[in-house]
Design a protein around this ligand. Structure first.
Ligand code: HSE
Length: 300
């Protein structure tokens, strides 16, 4: 018996929804898991590293951590992994790997985890619930997490919008991008930042994508401080707007940027942006609608 685990990547924040709003994207991490006597992890995608140390591999570490948490031994298996998610670019690759690692433990140790368990464990490990909830559930997720790690998520599907990601050929670690953020905001500033986040969430729920785009560009929590770390931050926002985007924000902590665009201009927009930013990988994406999926497959 083998299992296939498919996990969507995600974008977080969408501007002011800092550490709270996530959106599952139609870019995927896929694992084929087959129980066997020894541990083996095989990377099938070219951009994944080939020198693999099992004990340091994120999927293994998460599966082991979750098994330990439930006081179960973790049986060994072979994992064949492919991914459309580049590392450290702001497309939720680590959250997707965490969600996948939880599924590996759930399958191998018969944990019978609930969806709420998955939301809590993945968000606790990530430290914030935005990417993790989006990888678990797909669609749009608006979440809070208590200090005790209990996650409350409002989940909405059918976000029928088009998104384009601008992926630069450089990495930015989330820890570095969090290191430049202020510890405190004064009250009038916090009120404005919070109002913009509220308007973003309300506009998303109302499917008012023009307004979504506007508020994606009104973040006060993180983008003003991170902009200096992001190549072409201002140029991409301006060029995307000129080419018809509703708005553009950092994808998560960056350095990828994401535009929301009218579906009617998908082709011309992507073509124009490829010409304008030739060193970038520019990809049209939609919202993933399913979240993490586990299916049985015939043993190879
Ligand atoms: N909300 C997180 C951040 C997403 O912006 O730092 C990246 O993990």
């Amino acid at each position: 018996m083998s299992w296939r685990i498919v996990v969507p990547g995600s974008t977080a924040n969408l501007g002011p929804g800092f550490d709270s709003i996530g959106l599952g994207l139609s870019l995927y991490l896929q694992l084929d898991v087959t129980p066997q006597d020894t541990w083996e992890i095989v990377h099938l995608s070219e951009h994944l590293p080939q020198n693999i140390v099992i004990e340091e591999h994120l999927i293994y570490c998460i599966a082991k951590q979750v098994a330990d948490q439930y006081n179960k031994p973790l049986p060994s298996c072979k994992i064949e992994m492919s991914s459309e998610l580049p590392f450290a670019r702001g497309l939720g690759s680590s959250a997707a790997a965490i969600v996948a690692g939880i599924e590996v433990a759930n399958l191998l140790c018969d944990l019978n985890l609930t969806t709420q368990d998955r939301l809590n464990i993945s968000s606790q490990i990530e430290g914030h619930p935005d990417n993790a909830t989006a990888s678990v559930l797909g669609g749009l997720t608006i979440s809070s997490m208590t200090k005790d790690g209990i996650v409350d998520t409002l989940h909405v599907n059918n976000v029928d919008a088009s998104f384009v990601v601008f992926i630069p050929n450089v990495e930015l670690k989330t820890s570095e991008a969090r290191g430049v953020l202020p510890e405190q905001f004064d009250r009038p500033y916090a009120v404005e930042a919070s109002a913009n986040a509220n308007m973003l969430a309300a506009s998303l729920m109302a499917r008012d994508f023009k307004r979504v785009g506007h508020y994606m560009e009104q973040d006060r929590f993180h983008e003003p401080y991170r902009a200096k770390l992001i190549p072409n931050y201002a140029d991409i926002r301006t060029a995307a707007k000129e080419a018809g985007a509703y708005g553009t924000a950092l994808s998560g902590a960056g350095p990828t940027m994401i535009s929301i665009i009218p579906t009617s201009i998908e082709e011309s927009f992507v073509e124009a942006m490829k010409q304008r930013f030739p060193s970038y990988d520019i990809v049209l994406t939609k919202a993933d609608e399913q979240g993490v999926q586990v299916t049985s497959i015939a043993a190879v």
